[in-house]
Design a protein around this ligand. Structure first.
Ligand SMILES: *Cc1c(COP(=O)(O)O)cnc(C)c1O
Length: 682
């Protein structure tokens, strides 16, 4: 019995032999199974030297051409299905040319490439499903996996104790392959895989255990389709970087990594996490004495040197501060950071998310006006909208998620469309681009409450929304230590050219800033719901780790939801599960994440309560977006006073528990949630 087997999905490049790539698929300390990549056949001596242990090569159609034509290996296995696929794939000419170019670039044997036309009657041994062979004392069995069509390995090598798989584990390959079926097979078959770092083959002895979550993470990475350039990891003593793809990685030279990183930076600007820390401009220059965070100007008012100065600030001739309800430097720093996050024209902060919501709605609507909203909104918002009846404002809920349903609700009197990026507890996802299109056809703005996603997961402004509201009490703050809200104007909407210009009379001199000026002058200064400097400061601190927290919270939510979804007697609703009707939309719209909130239906209210009471690692509270995991029973709390219709629209059921997933270690959450569910007495 061998102690350790390699399943780490690495592609290796040998530095001395540039252009040589291969993946270690499986192996023991005695031997390795490789999937071949570019150039390996021509550089056998490097491979031999590099690996130091005997190895065999297995292959798939994707790489046939790189090895078979000039195959120098005694042991070479290929699955017949792969050969057949390759013959049908028509890709040969293309691949031949690609290889010729590559060979030329890397000074490999180009003459050999010409012989490739003959390779389709392979001399290599073919292996059928179930074939087993001995690899340096390790008994391996070959299983053909479905679903790989382009370049990913079609062999699964199985040993009694654990899974050994090819680079179908490698998200980089998945980017080009329809390998999700393969993944299903893997997930269905194995519960645990062992991986060990490459160093083992160079004399090290570390082992790393890969939990099931690994598979989910890898799948998620496939969808992301981009390298996370922020997370290079320097390997000490070697001139290489590891680019992390979740649990997987690729080793490339420092030089290449840098060049690629630079190219990416030029194409897209700095990454969002970089911007959360550094901002669009150098923050050291904007804060006195180089303070890294904005100082807390905990004052109600500001003194001026002379009468002229205060008169100039009041008259708008000079920038400055008079009174904290109007503006305050700490609050302004938070507003500017939120504006960077959402990519807007300007942002105004309020004392709470509800204050931000009422500022926008009351600021744009008059009596006898109508507006359209998606159903299933945050309960506080529904209550706010209910109160509008008193002012003669009519709200029309749309119960279907289709564009047609929204279109049908638009009348002459409609002034705006309102939706939430993700509604909870229904955990539905709004199709922002399509709603924006519809709103703009009707000449009205689209207002999006982005609280559940924040600008980190979705930038509604980029998708066409005109006003973005955040309850920054949630993910932006992150630690649950301050209530606040923001309103951002994305800058797309022609306010003064629209029918909404009638409420912007008083601020029309501000031109394109008319709406934002209205939000400050009439809705903040007159409305009075200003943010305290202390809370603005706490939110600035929170913003810096927003990406870090949300990445972890979303991957935790995905892993936990996927795990719980397998348990009998409950149902899990989460946009990250393929069973959710919002799965595709969420994948497209939410930066390839799915938010950190899901719901569980446990069968009865009693079971729901027992479940909540028995959890170790979840706080029972009605908040969301905090870094700790929280559960609540919406039917007996937030939705207590909702009508049966409102409950149905919001997806509130008597047996439903909402989970806001935190940053705890995922293993702890899985064990806690799963064992609590398995041991319910009710
Ligand atoms: C919490 C929340 C609000 C209200 O924000 P507060 O900061 O609590 O006033 C509005 N919308 C959504 C989606 C929320 O989750």
């Amino acid at each position: 019995m061998h102690e350790i087997y390699q399943v780490r999905p690495n592609i290796y490049q040998i530095q001395e032999a540039k252009g040589v790539y291969f993946a270690i698929v499986a192996g023991s300390k005695q031997a390795l199974v490789l999937d071949t990549g570019y150039g390996i056949a021509d550089n056998r001596k490097f491979v031999d030297e590099f690996l130091k242990v005997p190895y065999i090569v297995i292959n798939s159609h994707g790489h046939i051409d790189h090895t078979m034509g000039n195959n120098q290996f005694e042991e070479f296995y290929i699955h017949p299905a792969d050969v057949e696929l390759y013959q049908r794939s028509n890709a040969f000419e293309r691949r031949k040319n690609a290889y010729l170019n590559l060979a030329e670039e890397n000074k490999l044997d180009t003459a050999k490439a010409e012989e490739y036309a003959a390779i389709l009657s392979p001399e290599a041994k073919t292996v059928e499903d179930g074939t087993s062979f001995d690899l340096g004392g390790l008994s391996v069995e070959v299983v053909h996996l479905p679903g790989h069509t382009k370049g990913a390995l079609g062999l699964l090598v199985k040993e009694e104790r654990l899974l050994l798989a090819g680079d179908c584990f490698n998200p980089d390959m998945w980017m080009f392959a329809d390998n999700h079926d393969t993944l299903e097979v893997l997930e269905g078959t194995f519960t645990k895989a062992l991986a060990l770092p490459f160093d083992t083959y160079l004399g090290g002895h570390t082992t790393v255990e890969v939990p099931r979550e690994f598979l989910a993470t890898a799948r998620e990475n496939v969808r992301r389709r981009e390298v996370d350039w922020n997370s290079y990891e320097k390997i000490v003593g070697r001139d290489t970087y590891v680019i992390r793809y979740g649990a997987s990685s690729i080793t490339i030279s420092a030089e290449d990594a840098l060049a690629a990183g630079k190219k990416k930076a030029q194409e897209t600007g700095a990454g969002i996490n970089t911007r959360l820390i550094h901002g669009d401009s150098d923050r050291r220059k904007t804060n006195p004495v180089g303070a890294l965070l904005p100082p807390i100007y905990q004052v109600s008012a500001f003194a001026h040197e002379n009468a002229e100065s205060i008169a100039d600030v009041f008259g708008g001739r000079k920038l400055g501060f008079n009174y904290t309800r109007v503006s305050n430097p700490t609050v302004a720093a938070f507003e500017s950071r939120m504006n960077e996050l959402e990519g807007g024209l300007a942002t105004i902060a309020y004392s709470s998310g509800m204050a931000a919501l009422s500022a926008v709605l009351l600021g744009l609507l008059k009596s006898d006006d109508e507006f359209i909203a998606s159903s299933g909104l945050y309960v506080g918002t529904v209550n706010l909208f209910d109160g509008f009846k008193q002012y003669g404002i009519k709200m029309v809920y749309v119960y279907e998620d289709t564009k047609e349903a929204f279109r049908a609700a638009i009348t002459e009197k409609t002034r705006l469309i309102f939706a939430e990026t993700i509604c909870n507890p229904r955990v539905s996802v709004a199709d922002i681009s399509s709603l924006a299109e519809l709103a703009h056809e009707a000449g009205i703005p689209l207002v999006i409450d982005n609280t559940m996603a924040s600008g980190y997961l979705a930038r509604p402004g980029k998708l066409g929304a005109d006003i973005i509201i955040n309850s920054t009490s949630k993910y932006v703050n992150g630690s649950g230590d301050a209530i606040s809200g923001t309103v951002t104007d994305s800058g797309h909407f022609d306010w003064l050219g629209s029918k909404l210009a009638d409420v912007l009379e008083g601020t029309k001199n501000a031109g394109p800033m008319a709406f934002i000026a209205h939000m400050r002058k009439n809705m903040l200064i007159n409305g009075g719901a200003c943010l305290s400097p202390q809370n603005a400061y706490l939110n600035c601190v929170g913003l810096e780790t927003l990406g870090l927290r949300l990445d972890k919270e979303c991957s935790n939510a995905l892993a936990l939801a996927r795990h719980l979804a397998l348990l009998p007697g409950i149902t899990v609703n989460y946009p990250g599960l393929a069973s959710s009707p919002y799965y595709e939309l969420a994948s497209r719209q939410l930066n390839h994440k799915y938010g950190a909130i899901f719901t569980i239906r446990l069968g009865s209210k009693e079971r729901a309560f027992e479940f909540m009471n028995k959890l170790n690692y979840a706080y029972i509270m009605s908040n969301i977006g905090d870094l700790r995991t929280m559960v609540v029973h919406p039917a007996s709390t937030m939705a207590l006073h909702s009508s049966p219709e409102e409950r149905a629209a919001a997806g509130v059921y008597d047996d439903l528990v909402r989970v806001s997933v935190g940053i705890e270690d995922i293993e702890d959450l899985i064990v806690d949630f799963a064992s609590t569910i398995e041991n319910l007495e009710a």
